[in-house]
Design a binder for this molecule. Structure first.
Ligand code: SF4
Length: 328
């Protein structure tokens, strides 16, 4: 089973380095994978901020770096991956260089659900086992699983129930941020809607921030305040959901939205993005979308597009949008 829900535990950190800092600040994050003698440039200069109580959706095609970005945040990368640059600050505290300041939970198939939820409460918070098991039962009830079902093993629960159990595990240590990696994938639409409602309720009640990684733009439109569109390891566009989806600037964002089915649109009008994402062992210089972009210019093939900020709060990295003039 994958582990789609993780939590960053800001509240257990000893003290805030900067109480006025955004909850999470990621700057120029670079994460590489080693494949034999080759290097995969999976995440290349990703920056974003997350404020308290905010929900950020990260979208893009498979292999665009969205999951690697999330795994970098919680420092649970595979053995052949490494953060090689940039900064991850939680409440102003640098995490990119810390050894273990993050948490990821996945269900262990041979342990009962309640035990798995109680364990981090004992280990991380130092709560006595009896009280931890009581809290685990309450968390199960809170996410919609009857407390008595805590004695079940993961395989005895439905897909939706397992997803709820993982959310309960993520909440066990009073997190500040929930990170959901495709939390609704493989669920039918009714269960998907229930999980999204649950995440929204938890966000409101517990004041959590949320990072939602999904290829499903409608999930982001429904759930998130801001959206970050990634392409080939870089940020293509980021901003408020309404601004980005209502007026997409980056050609890749436009293509992604055109390729996504809408309940109002005629399915025959769906477009396909021609070509395939680049091989990140040897990405093209300049704009990585250039080989697929209908607006490509000479400059795109050689110069990495700088980010431009628009008046409605969107950042876009594309040569179609020149940066502000340098003062003379
Ligand atoms: Fe297309 Fe050039 Fe913009 Fe890249 S920088 S998206 S190639 S117009």
């Amino acid at each position: 089973m994958t582990a789609p829900v993780a939590a960053a535990r800001a509240r257990q950190l000893p003290k805030l380095a900067d109480p006025d800092a955004p909850l999470l600040e990621v700057e120029n994050l670079v994460t590489h994978f080693s494949l034999g003698s080759e290097t995969v440039h999976a995440v290349d200069g990703v920056s974003f901020r997350l404020n308290a109580g905010e929900a950020l959706g990260i979208a893009g095609e498979s292999g665009c770096g969205k999951t690697t970005t999330a795994l970098s945040l919680v420092r649970i990368l595979p053995a052949n991956a490494k953060i090689v640059g940039g900064s991850i600050r939680l409440h102003g505290i640098e995490l990119a260089t810390k050894s273990d300041d993050a948490l990821m939970n996945a269900l262990d198939p041979v342990r009962r659900i309640r035990d798995q939820i109680a364990e981090p409460i004992v280990v991380r918070l130092g709560v006595p086992e009896r009280e931890a098991r009581r809290r685990a039962g309450a968390l199960l009830e809170r996410v919609g699983i009857p407390e008595r079902r805590g004695s079940a093993y993961p395989h005895e629960l439905s897909g939706g129930m397992r997803q709820r159990a993982m959310i309960a595990m993520a909440l066990a240590c009073d997190p500040a941020i929930l990170i959901g990696d495709e939390p609704t994938t493989a669920l039918d639409v009714m269960v998907q809607a229930q999980i999204l409602v649950l995440l929204e309720e938890l966000r409101r009640e517990l004041g959590l921030s949320l990072i939602l990684i999904t290829h499903d733009l409608s999930v982001i439109a429904e759930t998130c305040d801001r959206v970050l569109i990634m392409y080939a390891g870089r940020v293509a566009e980021e901003g408020p959901v309404r601004a980005v989806f209502g007026n997409p600037r980056h050609p890749y964002t436009r293509a992604l939205l055109s390729a996504f089915p809408s309940i109002e649109a005629d399915r025959r009008t769906l477009e396909v993005i021609p070509g395939a994402p680049p091989d990140l062992r040897n990405p093209p210089p300049g704009c990585r979308f250039a080989p697929r972009c209908p607006f490509v210019m000479d400059v795109c093939r050689t110069v990495v597009p700088p980010e431009t900020s628009t008046p409605d709060g969107v950042r876009v990295a594309c040569h179609l949008y020149p940066t502000a003039e340098e003062p003379a």
